[in-house]
Design a protein around this ligand. Structure first.
Ligand code: SAM
Length: 249
């Protein structure tokens, strides 16, 4: 379970909200039961429940845990908004694999509409999914989910990353592995290098967009000869990046 830093003191934690209800009603927790709690960044501890009352779980810290399950590379997945609830699948699976952030975006061939004013609930839901998937996979941090960006907005963020790869099935394009190898050797030795993986919509990127991405410093990478669904490509690319940098397998 994740608790905010204020709820995490030296010897005790207080769990509130949905998590407290989950412990009480779904897990049928009782005093003495042990849980792992994290503040979502650096602190994690094994705790024992003292009481469950009025939507609040109070627990005593038994031992701090120091297991760092985060990857050395910070990989962000930028995903052109897919149809239906597929963005949820992307967030859930890529959180398990180890992404640190998600940036949904709208590109020329994005099929779905997104109106930020009306769709705060959707963003909230995506953030909840990231939190639950982080808990399920025992991550030390909850990946962030950003407000969807326009294609232009995404392009202007490329400078924030050490490496930007956009997944594109170009016949003469580079293979992701060939891009990653020198990067991993040079840069990734420094913990905390920032990598952005950009995945197109169901209909792919337009030529104009790929030219703009090239100009903004991104590298087009192929993921093999088979065409993956929009919601599969990010998972595959993320896995390749973390595998190549020694974080998986
Ligand atoms: N018909 C589309 C096209 O020709 O661009 C296919 C788009 S694919 C279903 C959705 C997205 O997944 C693509 O925009 C790309 O970012 C990524 N993708 C899927 N398979 C890929 C592959 N083999 N190599 C690189 N990217 C891939």
């Amino acid at each position: 379970y994740f608790v905010s830093a204020e709820q995490f003191s030296e010897h005790a934690v207080v769990i509130t909200g949905d998590d407290a209800r989950h412990i009480g009603k779904v897990m049928r927790g009782k005093p003495g039961d042990k849980l792992i709690v994290s503040d979502g960044s650096s602190k994690e501890a094994l705790v024992a429940i003292d009481s469950i009352e009025a939507g609040e779980v109070k627990a005593t810290i038994l031992e701090p845990l120091v297991m760092d399950r985060e990857a050395r590379l910070n990989v962000t997945v930028a995903q052109s908004l897919p149809k239906g609830d597929k963005m949820e699948t992307v967030i859930q699976r890529c959180t398990e694999i180890g992404a640190v952030s998600f940036v949904p975006f709208l590109s020329e061939r994005t099929i779905v509409q997104y109106d930020a004013k009306k769709e705060g609930k959707r963003l909230e839901r995506w953030r909840k999914i990231a939190k639950e998937a982080a808990e399920q996979s025992h991550r030390n941090r909850i990946p962030t989910v950003e407000q969807p960006l326009s294609w232009k907005g995404l392009l202007s963020s490329f400078g924030d990353y050490d490496l930007v790869c956009y997944c594109y099935e170009k016949e003469d394009g580079k293979h992701l592995r060939d891009v990653l190898k020198p990067f991993v050797e040079q840069l990734a030795a420094d913990a905390g290098a920032n990598v952005l993986i950009v995945v197109g919509p169901e209909g792919g990127f337009s030529e104009k967009e790929t030219a703009q991405a090239d100009e903004a410093g991104a590298i087009s990478v192929g993921l093999g000869k088979r065409i993956l669904r929009a919601e599969t490509a990010g998972m595959a690319a993320l896995t390749c990046v973390l595998y190549e940098s020694g974080e998986m397998g």
